[in-house]
Design a protein around this ligand. Structure first.
Ligand code: ME8
Length: 523
């Protein structure tokens, strides 16, 4: 039985269009999903849109359209961006779908049956922008003396009848969960942040609203709609068929040995690491395995926002640099989990320095040599020297290094390990100088070319999650059959077969800034 892996992005609010911050999370999840599929896991990858709540209702009213219209329009935009980014999600959930409304109502009823919901009155502060309640003590003062949420969002005073979830009673259970599972929250800094927040004591949570109607009706009392976060978090199990607890729920949300990874921005870890596990425990449902809170991108030092008009459209970057290049850049540039500042100058540097000059050039150097001098036939290797063994040994240890890094969502560590080998392989070409061996020692030349091809096969297979289009082309050029591109083929029993005819080489990682016709030409 293959092992199961379930990965989810946050579901994005449809009040606005997707920008590079959303694309970042979705790309990270796509890379995780692709990696695990290549490693033999049975993977489910879910993304989607969060369509209820006051924020979306307000955005619709400002545009003079119905909430459903703005949802339909912007949800499609998120879907289109995902397609353009080459995202391999298995499902796309919209919280306005009947399957989701049914799941939310089923979860609500279950909480109610378990005595985990009570009716009372909420009087306090609410920030529509964050869709979050705040205590008086958390608020700060804005430039005009106005009250602001700690995120800077404006707050309004709300007083209404509301259903509550007794979150305060779950403090000990949550702390016990974190103590028993130190990997439940990553990276470590976010674990510490959540731990001390919960340790500081929890208030019961208002989980319904009556001031507006754009939400999932509370079963038995449709004057109330569910608080958008209980609705939104439920998407992760709607996507598995909840309330049906067999099928995908049993596989990807198992009672023991959980397999689900929620990747979210650091802005919403409290919802995922405190509220969500508390709701699940209160409903006697299993838990996810881990929540990873990624860092925040600013643009030229500033927060990306609609009002500043500096939100970066991922489609424009794909158009300009290419989608593999954008995917690679975002995960290579900043250690995953840290904040980063986005600047276009850095993209070109990464593309040219690493994809084109280091990796692309490595492949083109030996592939064009084989095409020109050996009629495109991959040579058979002769006896291996220490240098050959060292390079091949470095390649063979890469998959495990990447697996270890992926367990921590440390894409930057996996990529660094890969690029250590790319640089070693380029050094090997320089030292072995196959072009010089052509006249002096053709047998040795054949071995060197073979070792380079085999090394590139490893690198290309492991780079597939990051740069799927280019590596597919590169593996075609190495004549690696489509069914032999998984990590199972990186083991000691598999290697390229000498004598294979290789297709005509073609650059797969063009330099940014070169005229198109020169793109991808290796040295
Ligand atoms: O919070 N840098 O949706 P949302 C990095 N609907 N990541 C960023 C980013 C930035 N500047 N801006 C956004 C919501 N993100 C809820 C989620 S889940 C049950 C409900 C990413 O549209 C980051 O992952 O505001 C963040 O958590 C997510 O987009 C929030 O998207």
């Amino acid at each position: 039985m293959p092992k199961a892996f379930y990965v989810t992005t946050p579901i994005y609010y449809v009040n606005d269009k997707p920008h590079i911050g959303h694309a970042y999370t979705t790309i990270a999840c796509d890379v995780l999903a692709r990696f695990k599929r290549l490693d033999g896991y049975d993977v489910k990858f879910l993304t989607g849109t969060d369509e209820h709540g006051q924020k979306v209702a307000k955005a619709a009213a400002e545009k003079g359209v119905t909430p459903q219209e703005i949802c339909d329009l912007n949800s499609q935009t998120f879907r289109d961006v995902a397609k353009n980014l080459g995202i391999s999600n298995d499902d796309f959930i919209r919280t306005t779908e009947p399957r989701h409304i049914a799941a939310c109502q089923a979860l609500w009823k279950r909480l109610e049956e378990n005595g985990q919901i009570y009716l009372d009155k909420y009087a306090g502060w609410y920030a529509v922008r964050d869709e979050a309640f705040y205590d008086e003590g958390e608020l700060t003062k804005g430039p005009n003396g106005e009250k602001l949420a700690p995120t800077g969002a404006p707050v309004e005073w709300v007083e209404e009848e509301s259903y509550f979830f007794p979150l305060s009673k779950w403090q000990d259970k949550l702390l016990a969960l974190y103590d028993a599972n130190p990997d439940f929250i990553g990276p470590k800094s976010r674990f510490n942040e959540i731990y001390s927040f919960v340790k500081g004591g929890l208030n019961d949570l208002s989980i319904s609203r009556t001031a507006f109607s754009w939400g999932v009706p509370v079963p038995g009392n449709p004057k109330h709609v569910m608080y958008v976060w209980i609705d939104a978090l439920t998407n992760y199990i709607t996507g598995l068929g909840y309330p049906d607890e067999s099928g995908e729920m049993a596989k990807f949300w198992p009672k023991t040995d959980p397999v689900a990874l929620h990747v979210v921005g650091k802005d919403i870890i409290r919802f995922h690491c405190v509220y969500w596990p508390a709701f699940l425990m209160a409903a006697n449902l299993p838990l996810p395995r881990r929540v990873f809170g990624q860092g925040w991108w600013t643009v030229e030092g500033q927060k990306m926002s609609k009002s500043l008009g500096n939100a970066i459209d991922p489609n424009a970057l794909i158009e300009k640099y290419g989608r593999d290049q954008l995917r690679f850049f975002l995960l290579r540039e900043i250690p995953y989990g840290n904040d980063g500042d986005f600047s276009e100058a850095a993209i070109a540097g990464r593309i040219n320095g690493e994809l084109a000059n280091a990796f692309g050039n490595l492949a083109q150097r030996f592939l064009s040599f084989i095409a020109k001098n050996l009629g495109g036939v991959l040579p058979e290797p002769g006896p291996l020297t220490d240098a050959d063994k060292e390079l091949l040994g470095a390649c063979r240890s890469l998959a495990d290094q990447c697996r270890e890094a992926f367990e921590r969502q440390a894409f930057h560590d996996a990529l660094e390990a890969i690029f250590v080998v790319v640089r070693a392989a380029n050094g090997y070409v320089d030292v072995q100088a196959p072009w010089a061996l052509k006249k002096t020692d053709p047998a040795r030349m054949s071995t060197v070319l073979y070792v380079l091809a085999e090394c590139t096969r490893h690198l290309a297979i492991l780079m597939q999650p990051f740069t799927p289009d280019a590596t597919a082309k590169l593996l075609d050029q190495l004549a690696v059959p489509e069914g032999e591109r998984t990590f199972a083929f990186l083991g000691p029993d598999h290697a390229l077969k000498g004598g294979a005819t290789l297709p005509a080489p073609q650059g797969v990682f063009p330099r940014y800034g070169d005229p198109p016709k020169a793109a991808g030409k290796g040295a």
